[in-house]
Write a new protein. Structure first.
Lengths: 336, 336
DNA sequence: CTGAAAGCGCTTACAG
DNA sequence: CTGAAAGCGCTTACAG
């Protein structure tokens, strides 16, 4: 374990100078700098992050908190954030709330001063949780929904639901089914509820009565979407189109339609949300969100916030882009 | 930012005593202990991990290195490891090699003394990488393949391939196709190659000639499996069964069979590897591995190793369990 | 441009 | 059972 001392000795300077060279702060004569850099390289010296963090109060580490990891959206946000952090020389410490103990994570793990900042993904932090984080002077960025008093990046899920539904309406569909999220799969931000609201608003605006029989819940998986779609497609008033609140559920619906011998898009149109990697494969029309970019964007905001020392943290919401992608799963309702 | 000093003052003791109470090391009179605990609770004090780590040389943080995150296997291992670490009060710092800069990760990130130990998932570390890690006295556990000089948990992919193929052989199949991994999706451990070897060994043992036309590559995704299966099923010598090196590719094969109007399992039997969450939904027979448990097991080994101070690190391979699960996608070859 | 020294917030022999 | 003090390995005013 080479320490800064050995480097200093080898380069014939003080540890202070080594530190200056390594951090880039302060002035060092070019010749000195080179001697130090040589010594560092020869010894393979790497600064101890603990000692450095203790002295500076900065860890160059960001905590990323997710409710769970095994959904495409979360994995993608984390990968995007990770790549961005790495570019900036930051580490990423991952907190997964599913492991149990949300309280533990917030009261303990995050307070150890191991992180400079936190990215909270699809998490509705309580006032207390936010307050504790802010008290510690740690920038927070929330991804996935607005958070009072916190800088956030969020998608307008009502508009997402409306956009998807309006697409179906514009194609002439009137009997439009919906597969939303069940209560268990609600994230903190009630994403499914908002998408459902958008669906209902679009129908209302088009003068289409809302039929509760056409609105079912599932668990955001292909399996769940399949089961819901089978029920939806077995009713006497079979819908001509389905809007599913996620691509995976939409894919389940496509598989259900196939099993029932229904041809897409003529006998059933389907649209999802996400632009999941499988969406193109299934020819699925969807409202694309770009989770990896959301993660990267959250990190950029955080880094900026960390550099802007002193100021009050910003606390507004930045809307995330989304975009309709039309593929083969949706088409104009065939005139009968 | 309450420090240990404030706690000590409030409890009317020295910081040494507070430290003893918090760490559980050393003896403290019960009454004193209670006073300290009360002060800690009242102030919401949490030990600074940097200061503590600097003083003890222990970080209570484990680095987990993955080649990428967006495959079910990796996500599951990470979730399993995370949950186990959290139970032990450890944090998890995630390093993703896809972000670029494998060198950076090993030469720099891991050397900052930010982690006590590392879990390397499906990574074939070079001798140099291993040496540097061992030089730092950090236990390493590799998951997914054997690593010279390192404690590992690994699955015998040759046996996995053999088991899957033997299952098909035992059902009377002789024209057995294979969908393996293409070079790009080879992890460091050449998992696909080994599974292919097992496939070939099983065929040879059964006296079935190996037909290269029945052996294709794909990229471990549903899409890739679909494309490969379509080619496989369009040959004059259409196989009666397919062994795919992952469930996702196997699912692609099932979808391809459906599109071609082939009924499973009578007109085509399919088996995969993983026991992916979608396997049951598709009625897919498979060789199950249990990635979340692999992650958890790796952590348990690491923690044990961290407690066993002084000793030489252990450096052997523990085979990971796998198991044949028969579902509806495989059945006895119908006698013609 | 550079060094001596204090300090970051803990832990742990050591002494009592 | 408990406290005073040294030390973990850096960084950074301060002085020169």
């Amino acid at each position: 374990m080479t320490g800064i001392h050995e480097v200093a000795t080898r380069a014939g300077v003080s540890t202070a100078t080594v530190s200056r060279v390594l951090s880039g702060r302060g002035t060092v004569a070019p010749a000195t700098r080179e001697r130090v850099q040589l010594a560092v390289a020869e010894l393979g010296y790497v600064v101890s992050s603990n000692a450095s963090s203790l002295a500076t109060g900065r860890t160059r580490n960001v905590g990323v908190v997710v409710p769970f990891l095994d959904r495409w959206y979360f994995t993608s946000v984390v990968e995007g954030a990770q790549a961005a952090l790495q570019r900036h020389g930051f580490d990423l410490t991952l907190y997964n709330l599913r492991g149990g103990g949300r309280a533990g994570v917030f009261d303990h793990f995050l307070h150890r001063k191991r992180v400079d900042a936190v990215v909270a993904i699809a998490l509705e932090l309580s006032t207390g949780e936010i307050q504790r984080l802010l008290d510690m002077n740690k920038p927070i960025v929330g991804v996935g929904g607005p958070l009072p008093g916190v800088r956030t990046l969020s998608i307008d899920d009502i508009e997402v639901g409306r956009l998807a539904t309006e697409h179906l309406l514009s194609l002439g569909h009137r009997a439009i089914g919906h597969i939303g999220g069940d209560p268990e799969s609600e994230t903190d931000f009630h994403v499914p509820s908002y998408r459902r609201t958008g669906y209902q608003l679009a129908l209302e605006a088009a003068g289409v009565p809302i039929d509760p029989a056409l609105d079912l819940n599932a668990d955001f998986t292909i399996q769940g979407g399949y089961a819901a779609a089978r029920r939806l497609l077995s009713t006497p008033v079979r819908p001509s189109a389905i809007f599913a609140a996620s691509d995976e559920m939409a894919i389940g619906a496509i598989l259900a339609a196939r099993d029932l011998g229904l041809r897409l898009p003529d006998e059933l149109a389907v649209i999802g949300v996400d632009d999941h990697p499988l969406a193109a494969f299934f020819g699925l029309s969807t409202v694309a969100q770009h989770p990896a970019e959301q993660g990267a964007q959250a990190v950029e905001i955080l880094i900026e916030e960390l550099l802007r020392t002193g100021d009050e943290p910003s606390a507004f919401d930045t809307p995330i882009e989304f975009r309709l992608i039309v593929r083969e799963s949706t088409a104009r309702l065939p005139s009968l």
